[in-house]
Design a protein around this ligand. Structure first.
Ligand SMILES: [Zn+2]
Ligand SMILES: [Zn+2]
Length: 283
């Protein structure tokens, strides 16, 4: 419960302007909503979803400000299947089939906007850029720029791999295809590294260790610690938060990983840590 305990939800706030950005509506959104209620101001939130897997939207029905008149929530996110709009996927959790309150009964003003790869000007000098990641559904990384500071997210995502056969002994091996596949994967990985180039803080999927990834979880859509640390270093990321821990990990295991990975050998000049419940990072 020191690491994890809730599914993804990140609050981004600004020191000098009253703007609220939330990334993902995992179960952590419930606690954030309770905390927002104590601030005594109408909630005006921009909620950016990385994707609509359930661990990233399940907190939405439990977000108390959504039940308060005067709240305004703009929900943004990628849509994988045209017929399943964001409103249907996210707001659809509030139908009597799943929940005692229907979305139509919510007091807040809630708007939905579907996103692709794009650049958005949110006003007050806040710029948001998005980038498709590598996950079984459309999933976006976010890059928020404000007054020379850069905050990035890259989760849920897996390293792009060569999809062609690379073993020359294999009967279907095709040297040209194998080389091309290698190039395409390297290019796509490079584009993601470029997306978080020079970030002051990068929050990155690091669900597995390299050993776990190679033995069991290749193709599951998640990253591994060794690769993430090396990639962040290549991109001159200043601070790296390892995020989206495997749900079965104990705090003790992660403390052990911290000893092993959060050092110069794996991370160079990038200051690396495992994201904790309720952690505040200032840029
Ligand atoms: Zn996912
Ligand atoms: Zn996830």
């Amino acid at each position: 419960m020191r690491y994890g305990g809730n599914t993804p939800c990140i609050e981004v706030s600004f020191p000098d302007i009253n703007r609220l950005i939330i990334i993902d509506a995992g179960s952590g959104l419930r606690e954030l909503g309770n905390e927002l209620m104590t601030r005594g101001q109408p909630v005006e939130a921009h909620l950016f979803l990385t994707h609509t897997h359930w661990d990233h939207i399940m907190g939405f029905p439990f977000f108390v400000p959504a039940y308060v008149p005067g709240t305004h929530i703009r929900v943004y996110g990628p849509v994988t299947y045209e017929e399943d709009t964001l409103e249907k996927v996210v707001g659809g959790q509030m139908t009597y089939r799943y929940f005692p309150i229907r979305e139509a009964e919510l007091a807040a003003n809630i708007q939905y906007f579907s996103l692709k790869e794009e650049v958005m000007d949110l006003g007050d000098g806040i710029i948001i850029k998005t980038k498709y990641l590598n996950h079984p559904v459309l999933c976006l990384g976010y890059r928020i720029e404000y007054q020379g500071k850069v905050f990035c997210t890259a989760y849920d995502t897996e390293i792009f791999r060569n999809v062609f056969i690379t073993d020359p002994e294999h009967p279907d091996y095709d040297a040209e295809m194998a080389t091309e596949g290698e190039q395409v994967a390297a290019e796509q990985n490079g584009m993601i590294e470029k997306f978080y180039q020079d970030a002051d803080l990068l929050v990155h999927d690091s669900q597995y260790t390299q050993e776990e990834y190679e033995q069991k979880f290749t193709g599951w859509g998640h990253g591994y610690i060794e690769y993430v640390c090396a990639a962040a270093q290549r991109s001159q990321v200043k601070k790296l938060a390892l995020f989206h821990h495997d749900p079965l990990r104990t705090d003790e295991q992660i403390d052990g990983f911290k000893e092993k990975y959060c050092n110069e050998e794996y991370c160079g000049d990038t200051e690396t840590f495992f994201a904790k419940e309720g952690m505040i990072v200032e840029l």
